[in-house]
Design a protein around this ligand. Structure first.
Ligand code: F6R
Length: 607
């Protein structure tokens, strides 16, 4: 979704524009539909250029400007929420006078009433955005100090914001502020940044300071000030995260990387002797964890599917009553959570607005809040009591793949830890640990099905509807397989319980509406085979994913994909692989924009 990069330098030779554009490009993967830049000129006016579509279009608009030391400079990628995709709605946006420019992530929920009031006071609006009201409010409150005006303006705002503001009145200053929308200050050599995501500016900085809710920061050439000063943290940056190597798409690279990302998720965490897991991020809450009797998992989209898996797993193996719910529902329902409940929030980005709201709610009710995330330093890590990093590396493809399997493995590690404190026996724990050690190789082996999956994708290339069916641990995988296909190929797909078919969904089954059935040799295998028979009896088409060595389905299903044998609870880590590959190949055959599917953003930072 929207991204902010702003910078300021006193070194006149610093190529701020190319640095800023490079940083903005690193946010491209989050999704956007327009981009813009505003900077101060030598004659102390502010020039603002914007373009719809790719950042390349913005670069063309900026070609005529001196590429060095445009300072201060603010840049933005917009993912439209209020107002259509036009240059006038793109950020930065200004007040009536053109003396204040703002880039904003978040939503001003009360913008209609603020806009009406400002219009009555004579302010003229040039965009349909909610953001523009903040620019006019700053103009209204400015006396001779930008941060005071920003603070007063934000007092009027109901909603969320991460903002960067510049003004002709105080030409060497950027004012930044945040509320429920991530923002950080990056300190580099002779250059200071404000950005919404560390990955944008990490190559250019050595230290970072995260803004907390309602903090206002003033950035000047010699440094920054925040109301509450905080100690900078060291930046760890490998520098290679955005290279897709020889792969045509990030998504394919990320699918293929899974053996090594899963190794990373488990590195140093398996304890064979104890049949358990060592999770350093949870040590600080060990005593509270040992008293937990209920677990509530929350997440959105793919992360929610990981939660569903966690629900089956924690209940069965950690012997803890578990429920999962999408964060956007959880946050608005009246719940009776007992004090011995732990909330487990699962989020790749750690910035999903609904999930953060669910965590805040739990924390304010004294419920232990744990997080599973891939994003170091994200808001989620700062508002939860403790957590587990999935360690999957940056995921650029909008459709989550490697982060999902790392979430599944992180949940297995958590189940081991909690289970061994309860009824999971040592031999049971050791069996799981031993099998987890094999998982990277089993995933590597499963990935060899890619050519077979491509063949199948070609066969069904013209179908517009698909069922994905599974039971128990593979029900979340049916949901996830359907979501992957919808997201990147734009065809209709439904993920459902095998057992629900005959309660209505069978009516849709036909030769042209294939069902992808996940049928490993597990405790519900026979039930799933009955479901396949029901589909075949009604002239339906079946693609089955089953365990190697199982020949029974060859004569029943139309196509079969094999995955290696493993424990029932670990099958989902393998069965999702052909489904990720199916979505990829199917979408590729149909010429879709795989890494940046239409209408979607990588990180959903608004409600
Ligand atoms: C699907 C996908 C989304 C995200 C969802 C939650 O491929 O990526 O469904 O899973 O938006 O995002 P996070 O995990 O960042 O909270």
């Amino acid at each position: 979704m929207c991204g902010i990069v702003a910078c300021l330098t006193k070194d006149r030779d610093k190529p701020t524009l190319s640095i800023g554009i490079d940083a903005l490009t690193r946010l491209e993967y989050r999704g956007y539909d327009s981009a813009g830049a505003a900077f101060r000129t030598a004659s102390n006016t502010i020039i603002c250029k914007k373009a719809i579509g790719k950042i390349l279009n913005l670069q063309k608009e900026l070609e005529e400007y001196d590429q060095t030391a445009l300072t201060p400079l603010i840049l933005h990628t917009r993912w439209a929420t209020h107002g259509t995709v036009t240059t006038s709605n793109a950020h930065p946006l200004s007040d009536c006078s053109g003396n204040f420019y703002i880039a904003h992530n978040g939503i001003v929920e009360n913008y209609t009433s603020l806009k009406k009031q400002l219009q009555e006071e004579g302010h003229v609006f040039l965009s349909e955005t909610d953001t523009e009201v903040i620019a006019h409010l700053i103009e209204k409150y400015f006396i001779n100090n930008l941060e005071d005006a920003v603070r007063k303006a934000l007092e009027q705002v109901v909603g969320t914001y991460g903002i960067a503001v510049i003004s002709t009145y105080e030409p060497d200053k950027i004012v930044a502020a945040s509320l429920s929308s991530p923002l950080l200050i990056g300190l580099g050599e002779d250059i200071i940044f404000v950005a919404s995501d560390l990955s944008a500016i990490a190559p250019y900085i050595q230290k970072v300071v995260y803004l907390d809710d309602r903090e206002v920061a003033v950035i000047e050439p010699n440094g920054y000030t925040i109301i509450r000063e905080k100690k900078p943290q060291e930046v760890q940056w490998s520098g290679s995260a955005h290279d897709k190597g020889n792969y045509p798409h990030y998504m394919l690279q990320e699918i293929m990387e899974q053996p090594s990302t899963l190794e990373e998720t488990m590195r140093g965490r398996l304890d064979l002797q104890e049949g358990s897991a060592k999770l350093g991020g949870l040590i600080s809450v060990a005593v509270r964890l040992s008293r937990v009797n209920n677990v509530q998992l929350v997440g959105c989209g793919t992360a929610y599917h990981a939660c569903l898996f966690g629900e089956y797993l924690l209940e069965e193996h950690a012997c803890i009553s578990s429920k999962s719910e999408v964060s956007s529902e959880f946050r608005y329902r009246k719940r009776a959570l007992s004090k011995d409940t732990a909330l487990i929030a699962v989020s790749q980005s750690g910035e999903t607005a609904d999930t953060l709201a669910a965590i805040k709610d739990a924390v304010s009710n004294n419920i232990l809040a744990l997080g599973i995330t891939n994003s170091i330093g994200s808001t989620q890590t700062r508002i939860t009591d403790a957590g587990v990093y999935t360690r999957s590396g940056t995921e650029i493809g909008v459709a989550a793949t490697k982060t999902f399997t790392s979430q599944l493995v992180s949940l297995v590690l958590l189940a081991l830890l909690l289970g061994r404190q309860r009824k999971l026996t040592l031999p049971e724990g050791q069996t799981i640990v031993n099998e987890l050690l094999r998982i990277p190789n089993l995933v590597r082996h499963t990935l060899l099905c890619t050519d077979r999956v491509l063949e199948i994708a070609k066969k069904y290339e013209n179908c517009e509807n698909f069922f994905f069916l599974g039971r128990k641990y593979n029900y979340p995988i049916a949901k996830e397989g359907a979501l992957k296909l919808k997201e990147i190929s734009y065809v209709h797909a439904e993920g459902s319980y095998g057992g629900e078919l005959k309660h209505g969904e069978l009516a849709l089954v036909s030769e042209h509406f294939p069902s992808i059935c996940i049928v490993p040799k597990d405790s519900v295998y026979d039930k799933m085979v009955s479901n396949i028979e029901e589909i075949k009896t009604r002239n339906g088409t079946v693609i089955a994913i089953t365990t190697e060595g199982n020949t029974e389905l060859k004569s029943i299903a139309d196509d079969v994909i094999y995955i290696p044998e493993t424990l029932e609870i670990l099958y989902p880590i393998l069965s999702i692989i052909p489904l990720q590959l199916f979505a990829y190949h199917f979408a590729n055959l149909r010429g879709c924009d795989i890494d940046k599917p239409r209408n979607l953003a990588k990180s959903v930072t608004v409600e």
